[in-house]
Ligand binder design. Structure first.
Ligand code: 5GP
Ligand code: ZN
Length: 110
């Protein structure tokens, strides 16, 4: 999608450091980290929301990439989040899986 921030990041049009990349996903640090370790795992293909991702292997692959980057960075405790829809806190409409770790978490989330 031409006007999508995360498409521009995943394609390299906006330069970012990738902690992981393969043919399906890229992983990079969140610009406004909500913990000592906060990364975003995104598919290279544009989907507005997780509800639009019908490929279950892609969903699994996003978690595989997140697990792998967490392990490589010795982050043992973390939380995965996918905000879906404005009311749920989604602000970037290219699906992304947050992985936040490195601090004590509270429950329930706000
Ligand atoms: P959402 O609120 O949609 O679940 O999450 C969007 C996330 O993208 C936020 O945590 C925000 O900090 C992050 N973000 C927004 N713009 C950029 C950017 O240009 N670069 C990076 N690395 N992260 C961004
Ligand atoms: Zn996109």
């Amino acid at each position: 999608m031409s006007d999508c921030l995360f498409c521009k990041i995943s394609s390299g049009e906006i330069k970012s450091e990738f902690l992981f990349e393969d043919d399906k996903v890229v992983v990079f640090r969140d610009i406004d980290p909500q913990g000592p370790f906060h990364i975003l795992i995104i598919p290279k293909e544009h989907y507005t929301s997780i509800k639009d991702v019908k490929d279950e292997s892609l969903i699994g692959h996003m978690f595989y990439a997140g697990n792998r980057v967490a392990e490589e960075n010795n982050v043992e405790n973390f939380r995965y989040i996918i905000n879906t829809g404005e009311e749920a806190g989604q602000t970037v409409f290219h699906v992304h899986l947050h992985l936040i770790g490195g601090r004590k978490m509270t429950w329930p989330p706000g």
